[in-house]
Ligand binder design. Sequence first.
Ligand code: ADP
Ligand code: MG
Length: 706
Amino acid sequence: MAELPPGRTTFSDLRRRPARELPGVGPRIEAGLRELGITSLADLVSHYPSRHEDLSNVKKISDLRVGERATVFARVIDTKGIGRPVRGRSPGFSVTLYDGTGYMPATVWGRQWLQSQLQPETCVVVSGEVQRKYGLQISVKGIEVVDSYNPDEGTAGPHAGSFVPVYPTNRNIAARRLRSLVHRALDETGHILDPLPLGVIESQDLVNLDDAVQEIHFPSTKASLKEALRRLVFHELFIIQAALAARKARTEATEVGRSNAGDGRLLNRFVKGLSFGFTGAQERAIAEVLQDMRLERPMRRLLQGDVGSGKTAVAVAALLTAVESGGQGAIMAPTEVLAEQHFISFTKDLEDLPVKVVLLTGSQGAKERRKNLEAVASGEAHVVIGTHALIQKGVEFNGLSLVVVDEQHRFGVAQRTTIKEKGTTPDTLVMTATPIPRTLSLTLYGDLEVSVIDELPPGRKPVETNVISVAERLDAYEAVGRELDAGRQAYVICPLVEESEALEDVRAAEELHEELTSEVYPDRSVGLLHGRMKAAEKREVMADFNARRIDVLVATVVVEVGVNVPNASAIVIEGAERFGLSQLHQLRGRVCRGLYTPYCYLIAAPKTDDSEKRLQAMVEHQDGFRLSEVDLAIRGEGTLFGGRQSGIADLKVAKLLRDLDVLVEARREAFALVANDGKLSKPENRPLRREIRELLGDEVEWLFRD
Ligand code: ADP
Ligand code: MG
């Protein structure tokens, strides 16, 4: 690039330079790199180490003590497999090491492919914990082949020094090779230009990008590593926040809304007819929503509230306000079951009001659907209920002024775009029960205003949650039987199956249904609900369960979201170890709706530490926000952004639990910057704009449209 001073480069340039440009990168290494997600020099220099090996604490074998973490340089004497193979794979192997002062066995778990590299006489550097097991041994954390087992020989280059980076790697690339490549790439790149505006760097007292990238890989001191990390975390979060701020600025500048100030004539009658009073949190949320709707600019608000916190009533208040001000309101649900349930309860709650509610579903006959579409187009329908797909697909509205999106998390952020109405943009209220930590909501929904319902309706009792082994499952069913005797109802949830086993799913559900009908609850009415049933059948089953004609409902996860039957007080979840934490919480939420003490039985055979932890968390916590933090901690951070769910690039360095403070700062700076330059088109902000475009790609295409 002509205008750059010599020796300077940008991340854009590095993204265009393939990793195979580096000496020594042949097809095999290239494939290995690709597996790690590395194709360009930019990928290589931003393949951050998972940790650093502290080679300042190298020990001799004869000096090792039980319990310490240490690093030794040694020679391999021999290796042998350990334990019985599981599914044809050995659990690991043992290496005997010798370093001149003594012999010591070291155990490597997994990583079987390393064994062949560790021929006798190979020199290695090994780090790990010293344990006592028939004598001392090292439980290996890191092991890598080196040129010499004397750490003082050949101490220059990337593999020596006090902090040596350790990278996530795979069988095609030795750890050492990867380190050399990163080192080489850093040498090749020269100085990297900083896309962050100078003002931000100064006010946040950040080290420059070039130093940060260098130091995160090969730190000179612990303190400089820390500063480098802070800089890169800030960088990553700032870019996302700047994109969100720009999106918000753009929608505010280009979209015209209209004021939807109701006069209360419908809302007040609805409130009077309710069998309960709103909680303080519901009142607050309603006030915030109505306030936004009154403004001329389109509302974009997220309503977060735990399962059973009463979000639907807030939605109804908003919908009625839209109708009062002469418009139409629409609510989209993720499943037909839920859309139907909303239709039934809205029709009942609003029966005394002059409000026409219309349902649109895929299973309606052509004639019925046409009639409903006409009612929507003519304006005869005031409130339209449907699934997401249906409402988005070419429905003609008549003065649509509010769209409520229920159970937003099911749709994914990318689909958040509103339905456009001729001329004006309708108000949008997005509701989610997936409790997400504050950090995450700032990251994912950073361009929305947020209302939180942080209070449950009075009288809700905590769920008594029990984890039950498969051997004891009939005890759980017996306990549920006592609830049935007391007039309550129960759900039994079938084990989760993979998409590919979908047919198995139905069979398993049918088998479970059969077992419960004929053996466990022969005197009760047991119903069955699964995804493959016709819509009309599903509707009938739900209606029967609602009306207590069914005592026990055997179901696949179709009941996960939103289903509301307050008389159900017990839920049994079979194969609970297969469910994610938020799913378990959602399912358990089905029985937190009435005034009886609810029971939840998790029948599980946990096979991993993580599933054990998830189940334990369910026993300990009721609060969805707390559970979501536990979930984040168990799953690690990256996976949250996995797939198309987030619509936002994966986070490489930022950790949402750890970096909340940095996120808040990055957000403040980004919004302040955008307030002064909505399109980031001032010369000093152009590098940032370009970086946003390259990192977030299509997600931010709008930023570059006029
Ligand atoms: P969610 O937030 O999970 O969508 P719902 O809106 O379905 O929760 O409400 C769950 C149940 O709580 C419903 O039966 C609803 O009628 C009831 N409910 C809502 N608000 C209150 C309240 N303030 N007091 C008592 N019950 C309430
Ligand atoms: Mg709901």
